[in-house]
Design a binder for this molecule. Structure first.
Ligand SMILES: [Zn+2]
Length: 453
C-alpha cells in the first residue's frame, strides 16, 4: 500500500481510500494568463507519475484538475492588451494542454472550468453567509476564519504568529475585515470587469472558492487526496479547507505537496524574482523525457534545480536506457523478474521514493547488459521485461525503435507542422487521433515520436 507524507498530519501515513479499488484526487490546475513555467511542469509531472503508478498497481484513478479561467491576472492582462479576457484564457489553456501533451502528462479525467461553476459558488457562499461564517464589506464577501476552529492546520502556524511575521499582503489586507486573515469569497466587480449576478452584488468568485466547490462537486465529501505545489499549501489550500469546515463538510483526507524548482543559487523560482523559465523553451530544447527523468531522480518533496548540466545528464542517461532496449530487442517478451518488481513497489510505496526506483532501473540495466555479454538469455528476458514494466509505470517510455508505417509517420509530421504554425487545435486533434489508434505520442527535440502503446 502506498504511504505518502501528509502535509496536515506532518507524517508519512497510508493513503487510505474512501472507495475500495479506486482513488479520488484533486490537483489545483493553472490560472490561464501566461505560458506555463518549469514549476508547473514539475507539479504536473509529479502527479502524472503518482497516477500512472497507482494505475499500474491496479487501482482506478479519478483525477480532477481545474482551469482557473477567471482571475485578476487574466483581467489585468486583458486590459493591458485591450483583448477580451475569455480569448486570453482560451488561448493560454490550449498552450497549457499542448505543453502537457508534449511532457507526456495524461489529461485529467475531469477538467472543470471555474466559469462553469459560478452559480454553485454563489450558492455555497450563500450557505456560508446564512451560517454567519461569512459577511459582506464594501468590496466583497469574506470568510470569517474565527468560525473555523482549526484554521492554520496546513500552515502549521498559529494565526498570531503569521500576522506578526507580516506575511502575505493579499491575505492580510485590512480594510473592513473582522480579522486580518479573513479572505475574500466574492469580489464585487468594478466597471468594465467581467461580472456575474449574486444576492450581494455583481462580481466574481475568489480563487479559494473555486477549487472547494469543484472538488466537492466532482469527487464528493471526504475525497482521498488533494495535491499541488508547496506554494499552494498556504493560503490557497488552507482557505479551501476552511470553507469546507465552515460548511460542516468533510474535505480531503490526505494532503500532498511537491517541492519547488529552484535556480542555480537555490532561490525559489517565481515571477516576482523575474527568473521564470518558460516550460515551452525547455521542451523545444530537450527530449521531454529528460525532465521527467530528472524529476524521478529527485524526491518529490525536495527542491530541484533545473539547468543545462542536469538536463544534459538526463539526456545521456536516457540514451543508455534506449540503447539497452534496442540492444536487447531479440530478448523481448517473457515474464518480468518478480524480485525486481517487488523492490520497485517497496520503493514507490515508501512516499514515492522515485530516486530509489530509478536507481533500481539503472542497476537492472547494468545487470542485463552483463547478461547479454554472457549470453544468459533467460536473465536478459526477465530483467528487460521488468525494466519496461517499471519505466512505463513511471511514464518514462523507452524508445524501442519500432517500425512505424508511412501513414502514421505522415500524421506525426503533420502534427509537427501544426505545432510549428501554432495551430494547437489541429495539433491536439492529430495527437488524439494517433492516441486513439493505439500510439503513444511523445515530443522530442527532433519532433514528434510515435510508438505503439
Ligand atoms: Zn485550488
Amino acid at each position: 500500500m502506498l504511504h505518502l507524507y501528509d502535509t496536515a498530519a506532518q507524517e508519512v501515513r497510508p493513503l487510505a481510500m474512501r472507495d475500495a479499488g479506486s482513488i479520488s484526487i484533486y490537483l489545483c490546475g493553472p490560472t490561464v494568463y501566461g505560458p506555463p513555467h518549469i514549476g508547473h511542469g514539475r507539479a504536473t509531472l509529479v502527479y502524472d507519475i503518482l497516477c500512472r503508478y497507482l494505475e499500474w498497481t491496479g487501482l482506478t484513478v479519478r483525477l480532477v484538475s481545474n482551469i482557473t479561467d477567471i482571475d485578476d491576472k487574466i483581467i489585468e492582462r486583458a486590459h493591458r492588451e485591450s483583448r477580451p479576457w475569455g480569448e486570453i484564457a482560451t488561448k493560454c489553456e490550449n498552450i497549457w494542454f499542448d505543453a502537457m501533451g508534449r511532457l507526456g502528462v495524461q489529461r485529467p479525467n475531469d477538467v472543470p472550468h471555474a466559469t462553469e461553476y459560478v452559480d454553485s459558488m454563489v450558492s455555497m457562499i450563500g450557505e456560508l453567509v446564512a451560517k454567519d461564517s461569512a459577511y459582506t464589506t464594501d468590496d466583497g464577501v469574506y470568510l470569517s476564519i474565527e468560525k473555523v476552529p482549526d484554521y492554520g492546520l496546513l500552515a502549521h502556524q498559529n494565526i498570531d504568529d503569521m500576522l506578526a511575521g507580516g506575511g502575505d499582503r493579499v491575505v492580510f489586507g485590512a480594510d473592513q475585515k473582522r480579522h486580518p486573515a479573513d479572505f475574500v469569497l466574492w469580489k464585487f466587480s468594478k466597471p468594465g470587469e467581467p461580472a456575474w449576478p449574486s444576492p450581494w452584488g455583481e462580481g466574481r468568485p475568489g480563487w479559494h472558492s473555486e477549487c472547494v466547490v469543484m472538488s466537492l462537486d466532482l469527487l464528493g465529501e471526504g475525497f482521498d487526496l488533494h495535491c499541488g505545489g508547496a506554494d499552494l499549501r498556504f493560503p490557497h489550500h488552507e482557505n479551501e479547507r476552511a470553507q469546507a469546515v465552515a460548511l460542516g463538510k468533510k474535505f480531503a483526507n490526505h494532503w500532498m505537496h511537491n517541492g519547488f524548482v529552484v535556480d542555480i543559487e537555490g532561490e525559489k523560482m517565481s515571477k516576482s524574482l523575474g527568473n521564470v523559465s518558460n516550460l515551452l523553451d525547455l521542451l523545444d530544447q530537450y527530449d521531454a523525457r529528460a525532465y521527467r527523468l530528472l524529476l524521478l531522480q529527485t524526491h518529490y518533496r525536495s527542491p530541484v534545480r533545473v539547468g543545462k548540466e542536469n538536463l544534459d545528464a538526463s539526456v545521456s542517461a536516457l540514451s543508455g536506457l534506449d540503447g539497452f532496449v534496442a540492444r536487447s530487442a531479440a530478448n523481448s517478451g517473457g515474464v518480468a523478474d518478480a524480485e525486481v518488481l517487488t523492490k520497485f513497489r517497496i520503493a514507490m510505496n515508501n512516499d514515492l521514493d522515485t530516486p530509489a526506483a530509478t536507481a533500481l532501473i539503472f542497476d537492472s540495466v547494468r545487470q542485463a547488459n552483463v547478461a547479454i555479454d554472457d549470453n544468459q538469455a533467460d536473465v536478459v528476458i526477465a530483467l528487460r521485461s521488468a525494466i519496461l514494466e517499471m519505466t512505463s509505470a513511471l511514464g518514462l517510455f523507452l524508445n524501442e525503435s519500432q517500425e512505424i508505417d508511412a501513414e502514421i509517420s505522415a500524421k506525426a509530421a503533420a502534427l509537427d507542422a501544426a505545432r510549428t504554425a501554432k495551430d494547437f487545435s489541429a495539433a491536439d486533434a492529430l495527437r488524439d487521433e494517433l492516441q486513439s489508434l493505439g500510439y503513444v505520442v511523445e515530443t522530442t527535440k527532433e519532433g514528434t515520436r510515435v510508438r505503439r502503446g
